[in-house]
Write a protein that binds this ligand. Structure first.
Ligand code: FHN
Length: 443
């Protein structure tokens, strides 16, 4: 009998092969766009003329805004510059292979047409149209995978009450109303699946105590029954270790991949699917006053770092209330796209580095080629002097080595237990990361 990949109680049984087939596109994709968009983009981190600290999408909580007051923002939400074709084009040109957008964040406001609430973009805003459906259609048209984020914690739903601890603020459930909220979630998730067919359901806000592991299994099983191919992150259940995002050891966890947040694991995690989500500045939702942008170099190296450890990189943008992706984000995405155009082969559909430890000069990914050889992609961050680079502990025969960007061959010399690449150009072809391909026999 084939091994079961997922054996948590209540979860549909699946063989390893079935699971591999279901996860294939996602594992190969390596790079996706996260989009945090909602009413919070209107204040953009300012409330009543005052700057509000923390992430922009948390403003309702951080500024302690009552539901009735926050709700009024919906009347102003009119994203006249929203151009889903352009958003998808920006993601695609950046080399991203999928998009994950907030369908409902912690504030409870829905970007899709929900029949179980009027607190959505269709019923409550001057815009009056579903925002997710056209994006989903554009994704399919331009060949990207469309995915949705959904928050379990909900500061607007009457079954939940915001806590008094404003920094962390898990909600409490009102007496006897848990089932009502579970059914609300299931109704909305079904609506989402039917209206825009997301390929990943990316849960969040699972930490309030009233939400249990068992609830997670119920939601997971419900969704996989509706769409057996769906991929669901581990925040559907209660297994993740804080922002480290990976599952706690020794537990039967629900969910298909781990979710490190604002960090990248220190080393590869054989047999574990994971995706690091990260902001480009210090907020997920748009903030007028956040200019603390990471450099393009950092973002490219983060993507490489994730790939070298067998994970995906989900990079966030926070569009404005009018519907524009901020220019600094677009610039950075263009820079990443330029690098990937030349070096994408070294990222997509690759596996983690064969070297467990980090290498002094950079990172490595690998891929099995059709002829059975393995191609190592050396991502050189620190270009070596004297035109030579040492590869420790490589016992396989090396058949060929060349620079990915221009195909120029590199001299290979065996020196005992290590391989030395020689006659490298004096300067890197790209100072961010120059990729050297090394083809070796076997694995
Ligand atoms: O509280 C949220 C936060 O606003 C944002 O959505 C991130 C994205 O991963 N997740 C939560 C914190 O874990």
């Amino acid at each position: 009998t084939p091994a079961k990949a997922e054996s948590a109680p209540g979860i549909p049984p699946e063989t390893v092969e079935q699971r591999d087939a279901r996860m294939k596109w996602w594992r190969d994709a390596r790079f996706g766009m996260f989009i945090h968009w909602g009413l919070y983009a209107i204040p953009g981190g300012r409330w009543k003329g005052q700057p509000v600290g923390g992430a922009g999408e948390w403003i309702m909580n951080t500024a302690n805004i009552p539901v009735e007051e926050y709700e009024l923002l919906a009347k102003q939400f009119n994203p006249v510059k929203y151009d889903p074709a352009q958003w998808v084009r920006i993601a695609k040109d950046a080399g991203m292979r999928y998009i994950v957008i907030t369908s409902k964040h912690h504030d409870g406001f829905c970007l899709f047409d929900s029949k179980v609430t009027t607190y959505d973009v269709v019923d409550a805003t001057p815009w009056g149209k579903d925002l997710l459906k056209p994006l989903a259609e554009e994704c399919r048209k331009q060949g990207l995978h469309f995915c949705t984020y959904y928050s379990i914690m909900d500061w607007h739903h009457p079954a939940q009450m915001r806590g008094s601890d404003r920094a962390y603020n898990p909600t409490r459930i009102r007496e006897g109303r848990k089932r009502e909220y579970m059914d609300y979630m299931k109704a909305q998730l079904k609506e989402l699946l039917e209206s825009c067919k997301p390929e990943v359901l990316w849960f969040d806000g699972e930490w309030p105590d009233w939400y249990t592991e068992e609830d997670g299994r119920e939601i997971y099983a419900f969704l996989r029954e509706l769409d057996p191919k769906l991929i669901i992150n581990n925040r559907v259940g209660k297994c993740r270790k804080g922002m480290e995002g990976l599952n706690q050891e020794g537990r039967q966890c629900v969910g298909d991949f781990g979710t490190p947040e604002q960090q990248i694991p220190a080393s590869g995690l054989p047999g574990v699917d994971w995706e690091s989500c990260m902001t480009m500045n210090d907020t997920w939702g748009f903030k007028y006053d956040d200019h603390n942008w990471k450099s393009t170099e950092t973002l490219i190296r983060n993507l490489i770092d994730c790939a070298s450890k067998g994970g995906n990189y989900l990079l966030n943008v926070g569009p404005t209330a009018e519907g524009e992706i901020p220019a600094p984000s677009v610039e950075r995405l263009q820079g990443i796209g330029r690098w990937l155009k030349v070096n994408g082969e070294s990222i997509y559909a690759t596996q983690a580095s064969p070297w467990g430890k980090q290498l002094s000069w950079g990172r490595c990914t690998q891929k099995k080629l059709d002829d059975g050889t393995t191609r190592l992609y050396l991502h050189v961050f620190n270009w070596p002097g004297q035109g030579r680079l040492e590869l420790p502990g490589l016992k396989n025969d090396v058949t060929r080595a060349f620079l990915l960007a221009n195909g120029r061959e590199v001299t290979i010399r065996r020196d005992g237990g290590k391989i030395v690449l020689e006659a490298l150009p004096e300067k890197p072809l790209d100072p961010v990361a120059t990729v050297i391909c090394v083809d070796v026999k076997g694995t």
